[in-house]
Design a binder for this molecule. Structure first.
Ligand code: GLA
Length: 733
């Protein structure tokens, strides 16, 4: 049993294998957050450890005694309306003009398993035994608003999925202005705010800053989780490393505007909020209607960031990603984007495919430029029919020819967009997001389709389905290359215009649900100008994602390292590209480019015909090596042994699910004279087992590898090593 309810004390104790989350109802009304952290066996007496209100200039209290005030109590779901004047999770305006919400605990239920969240991506169970869910209902006696807080405990995964549903049981219209998904507390402020920031080509770099008394937050207002910040926050003790120290992780399963925030008050109590960004949000909830907020996945580790990440990796790999490819080894692909950009024809693509096939590549992906009259990025988005000048037999003709080579065929789409120069725009100029009387700002010469409208969603589903149904297409790269400006919809009434950001996200989720359900055998890879919108919400539809448009191996060390804070390796698209690199002009060895890309979903993004015979031999060897380790990298446990953000090298280790194969990738970023050796100590091995280096044949003890380690030469910039160890059966004593 992972949820224990003590009826006498009105305490809920949620337990996972290594953590406890405790809630209590004070005086029968106030739902409080009592504890989250390492697992404890029991929690008693709600009032034992509550912060007592100590203000002398501020004495307002809505609890009978002077001692307590909601302004300092750890309110589990704080609503604007009582004496709690910190940042609320919930804020609404009522028809009466009032903006006050004061809900009280009215009941709860505990159910087996976990229910899906209507219209939203969410973690799931495959059997009722995998999770247990607590639902607590709060009700405002004056307005009839009910808030149902849901906590699904995945005990074995050491995570708790939290979400909130608002139900209008009153008779007034409610304008919801903020409905965050989770509030938790830290009871001292000696933590760092750890987040992932970036931009195009530099996604998810790790940043850490000590908490301040006041508010710290990261967010998005772009109607996309974006390149700039990820819907993720960790709060870690200042001395936390990869394998030591306390860290709380919060990850929001949502792809739109979000906020992740830590508010530290004068008593050093930290309120941690996460959910849909209240900025630009408004939702009209009519009597009888419900609003479901997305879920936040919480995890806690007292063994550093490594455990936190592995908890996310396991859950997202197994119970967020879906479909046929969730557990399958994915094909090695070649993508023509950096090889040809828009300048290709059928012959050129077949040339690339043939060469790729001869070295062991399994999937040929045709990127942008195959449709309408698109030869540059200023036209044709929305017109999803083959460009017959480039592909005389259409996509179907090319797909047949690629299939005949014994390869799978894949195709790029950007279905959420429309070019002004397109048949679609000429026919439906009101189908894009725009505000009457305002400029339609173009970005990359394109506008965004209004996915709040059913006819637009139907068009996208039909247009993409027509192409997918017309040819043997096994893979789709689903791109989304701009943010949304001049928010407005010709399909929404004035009073609902502010609902557009969330309705857009519900719209894209609906479209993706319909298309992925109709084509269950197609492997979908998400993309958004590289790794923008690479968030857990998208993983529900796309089991892999193009991690960044920056394909330089050294930049990828930082990007993939930061991305792995939350995302498992099996979700990260990573390709070998040409040198000098197209984004940075840096030249790195082919070996290093291969090693770094092999630590994700491996592929090539260049014309193999331009390589020398010797390089082609290297490519062949890379592909066969990758095929021998891909199961371990994708479905094993990852250990980050050296961080590019903290030193001059990077090391990542993966241990296969059975523990019988270990892969270590080591890369020097910058060499230095006389400091050229780094000793790398492995993690996650069996101390008594013996491991054989498959290349050198040397045998090492697991304890030796973990305690003594192996020296890595650090004497050449950008040089890498890949070590594959095979576990031998333990020697007989
Ligand atoms: C985006 C993607 C690239 C490529 C181009 C095509 O930038 O991130 O990988 O597909 O679009 O226009």
């Amino acid at each position: 049993m992972s949820i224990i309810y003590d009826a006498k004390e009105n305490i809920f104790h949620l337990q996972t294998a290594h953590t406890s989350y405790v809630l209590g109802v004070l005086r029968g009304k106030y739902l409080l957050h009592l504890y989250y952290g390492g697992r404890i066996s029991e929690y008693h007496n709600i009032e034992e450890n509550l912060p007592v209100h100590a203000g002398c200039t501020w004495s307002a209290t809505d609890i009978e005694e002077f001692n307590y005030c909601t302004d300092t109590l750890p309110m589990e779901y704080p609503c604007y309306g009582s004496a709690d004047l910190r940042t609320p999770a919930f804020h609404a305006e009522y028809e009466s003009g009032s903006a006050l919400t004061c809900p009280e605990y009215v009941g709860h239920r505990i159910i087996k398993g976990k229910k899906p969240l209507p219209g939203l991506p969410a973690t799931y169970v495959e059997s009722e035994q995998e999770a247990e869910t607590l639902e607590i209902t709060l009700r405002d006696p004056l307005t009839g608003l009910e808030l149902v807080l849901s906590y699904s405990v995945f005990a074995e995964y050491d995570v708790i999925a939290k979400s909130v549903r608002a139900v209008n049981k009153g008779s007034e219209l409610i304008n919801i202005k903020s409905i965050l998904s989770s509030t938790t507390y830290l009871f001292d402020k000696n933590f760092e705010f750890v987040h992932l920031e970036g931009g195009w080509g530099r996604e998810r770099h790790i940043q850490k800053k000590p908490l301040i008394n006041g508010s710290m937050s990261v967010d998005s207002k772009r109607v996309s989780s974006s390149h700039y910040h990820s819907p993720f926050l960790a709060l870690a003790r200042p001395w936390t490393t990869e394998n030591q120290g306390e860290v709380y992780g919060l990850s929001l399963v949502y792809s739109g505007n979000f906020i992740a925030q830590a508010d530290t008050n004068h008593q050093d109590i930290v309120r941690v909020n996460m959910g849909i960004n209240p900025f630009g949000f408004n939702w009209r909830l009519e009597p009888g209607e419900e609003f479901q907020a997305p879920e936040v996945i919480l995890t806690y580790s007292d063994t550093g960031f490594g455990t936190m990440s592995r908890n996310y990796h396991r859950l997202y790999r197994n119970r967020l990603c879906r479909g046929k490819y969730r557990d399958q080894e994915r094909p090695v692909l070649i993508n023509n984007w950096e090889a040809t950009y828009f300048h290709f024809n059928e012959e050129k693509i077949l040339e690339i495919a043939k060469k790729a096939k001869s070295v062991g590549v399994e999937l040929m992906v045709l990127d942008d430029g195959w449709f309408g009259k698109r030869n540059t990025d200023n036209c044709s988005l929305g017109d999803w029919t083959s460009n017959r000048e480039k592909l005389p037999g259409g996509v179907e003709g090319l797909a047949d020819k690629v299939s005949a080579l014994g390869m799978k065929f894949g195709l790029w789409f950007e279905p959420e967009m429309v070019s002004k120069d397109s048949e679609l725009y000429r026919k439906h100029p009101d189908w894009c997001i725009h505000a009457e009387g305002r400029k339609r700002t173009e970005s990359r010469n394109q506008l965004v389709l209004d996915l709040t409208r059913k006819e637009v969603r139907d068009y996208i589903v039909e247009a993409v389905s027509n192409v997918l149904g017309s040819a043997p297409i096994s893979y789709v790269k689903w791109d989304m290359n701009r943010n949304i400006t001049e928010i407005g919809s010709a399909g929404l009434p004035g009073e609902r215009q502010q609902e557009l950001p969330h309705r857009y996200i519900l719209g894209i989720y609906e479209v993706l649900e319909r298309i992925t359900a109709a084509f269950p055998d197609v492997l979908f890879e998400g993309c958004s100008g590289g790794g923008g919108r690479f968030d857990p919400g998208m993983l529900y539809y796309f089991p892999q994602y193009w991690t960044s448009d920056d394909s330089d191996a050294i930049e990828r060390l930082y990007i993939q390292h930061g991305t792995s804070m939350v995302m498992p390796a099996c979700t990260m698209g990573a390709h070998v590209s040409a040198v000098p690199n197209h984004q940075l002009h840096r030249t790195t060895p082919l070996k290093t480019r291969g090693h770094v890309a092999m630590m994700g979903q491996f592929g090539y993004e260049l014309d193999l015909n331009s390589l020398s015979e010797e390089e082609i031999e290297t490519v062949k060897a890379q592909i066969s090596q990758y095929k021998a380790i891909r199961r371990t990298v994708h479905y094993g446990e990852m250990y980050r042994l050296c961080s590019p953000f903290e030193g001059r090298s990077t090391a990542w280790e993966y241990v296969s699910p059975e523990g019988n194969q270990v892969v270590l990738m080591y890369c020097t970023i910058r060499a230095m004279v006389l400091t050229g050796l780094t000793r790398i100590r492995f993690e996650g091995l069996e101390p008594e087992a013996q491991y054989k280096d498959t290349e050198s044949g040397k045998v090492y003890g697991g304890d030796y590898l973990m305690k003594v380690g192996l020296y890595m030469a650090d004497d050449r910039d950008f040089e890498s090593r890949l070590i594959v160890l095979e576990r031998l059966s333990a020697p007989t004593p």
